[in-house]
Design a binder for this molecule. Sequence first.
Ligand code: AMO
Length: 434
Amino acid sequence: MILRTHYSGDIDAELDGKEVILTGFAHEMRDLGGIAFLVLRDRKGLAQVTLVKKLLGKEMFKSARSISRESVVMVRGNVKAEAKAPRGYEILPTEIQVLNAAQVPLPLDPTEKVECELDTRLDARFMDIRRPSVLAAFEIESAVLQSLRSYFYQKGVTEVFTPKIVAAATEGGTDLFPISYFEKEAFLNQSPQLYKQMLMSAGMDRVFEIGPIFRAEEHDTRRHLNEAISIDIEFSFVDDKDVMEILEEAVAGAYRYVAENCRYQLEVLGLDLQVPKLPFKRITYSEALELAAEKAGVKMQWGDDLDTETERFLGETIGEHYFLTDWPSSIKPYYTLPYEDRPEVCRGFDLMHPRMELASGAQRVHDYSQLVERIKGKGLDPDGFEFYLNAFRYGMPPHAGWGLGLSRLVMTMLKLENIRDAVLFPRDRRRLVP
Ligand code: AMO
């Protein structure tokens, strides 16, 4: 039994005279004496329910007027074209039921008229997500995922799931969350990196995964969390340039899909979404250093990682998405393939939005001995990578891939200030609930 016939946003003045049933939250009550307006909110918008004492009768009018804000209500009524109402219609009710009454006071104001601290919002996240602009971001995130998935499927990519409980670090660092796993030492996975590469040796050829990654970093920034969703791909028989093209197409495609399919949500967010133009600029790490030195006087040594300040400067100068390529081999992880003729440079790349890094990827080392040397060169012990290295002994195709942060993609697309606005229940250094 579905309790509604329509969402508020599916109704317009053309349904004038038709009976509809709406369900949602009592967003607001405006009481003008003999007439009152109950604004009902569902996920597609707001509907004005006009309560007229003379039409409803004294009893029903009285009980409707006393509905507490945010109670869950069902309204049956007739659509009436009304130019002054939001979306050009009002509902003249014949029946109003409170399905579940909300207590007072509310932990925060879902009408967004009263501003609220981020921590208060996250503490009462279920109520915060009722705010139309907060909900809009998550509806758009779902559209982004839909667009990415259909792009991958259309390219013949197989969707996979790799384990999140693992025995080894992928990115080499110490930023791992240890967990208790019977009598063994185990960790939450930092990236599907090793597994997606092993699937190339398994002959799966083209895979993608959308799933959580865990980073035990102490960061307290607007763009890092300890749990994030990563969109990963790995393709055999391609190179770094090929997967960069896939990445830019996937990102621009997601923008296009959102622009076409999420008009209401973009309107709520007050955004005029511009689809980025292809191809994205490609600049090498060396060119980035020169640009930073020349234009901003930022002097960096070859081999230094780009700091936030340089990244910001480059973003402001370039002003649109761009790829940073040809990184020093010393900065990028062991699985990144160095150029044959100049091994100090590698075929790793980052996809940058002017505000931050969105993705990184590379042509991978696929030769067993070279990989062992690279692991050792990073001060790591190849013995800890045996299960991974085995996949390189018996025929490993050349391959390349990337990992893209979902929340960063959504955050930059929607101009959100903080990554926490793009994650339903964010996990950071201080937050484990809700
Ligand atoms: P990297 O570590 O750069 O690469 O991660 C890929 C992308 O994931 C997102 N991301 C994060 N988002 C929020 N909070 C974090 N703490 C966080 N860490 C990462 C970013 C980042 O660009 N294995 C490689 C990918 C590959 O080469 O295929 C990797 O994990 O958007």
